[in-house]
Ligand binder design. Structure first.
Ligand SMILES: [Zn+2]
Length: 138
């Protein structure tokens, strides 16, 4: 198993800041993502199956991704169930993302090994169980 990337400070707060703007889908519903300048912040629920397990990855619907890709510099994903957070620069998507289709349209997925896990920094032991479980599930 590859070693996990060292933790780093969160490049953005785990919660939307006053500068963040919610990204809406074409039908007007909230996407669960916010844009803050050239960053995309996504809040998801691992307990509701929002993380891909085979392969272990974080995925975006392709049309949503294409709408956000211009002017994007990095992506931050926060699991609201565990508080875990990950970040990846846009270059990792360009080089390593894979396209999947699981019955709900094409998705752009970036495997976990290309994300840097960010710890909560609250003094607790880093909670790696989810990422480890997902990495070993494939
Ligand atoms: Zn913000």
């Amino acid at each position: 198993m590859p070693s996990l990337a060292p933790s780093a400070s969160l490049p953005h707060a785990a919660e939307p800041c006053p500068s963040c703007r919610p990204v809406r889908l074409p039908d007007g519903t909230r996407s669960g993502c916010w844009r803050c300048g050239d960053m995309l912040l996504r809040r998801l629920s691992s307990h509701r199956g929002h993380l891909l397990q085979k392969p272990p990855a974080i995925a975006f619907h392709e049309d949503f991704w294409q709408s956000q890709r211009p002017s994007l510099r990095c992506v931050i994903v926060v699991d609201t169930d565990t508080g875990h957070a990950w970040t990846a620069p846009i270059e990792h998507f360009d080089r390593h993302a894979i396209t999947l289709s699981r019955g709900c349209g094409p998705q752009v997925a970036l495997p976990f090994r290309f994300w840097q896990r960010l710890d909560k920094g609250n003094g607790q032991r880093p909670a790696t169980q989810l990422a480890l479980a997902l990495e070993t599930a494939s």
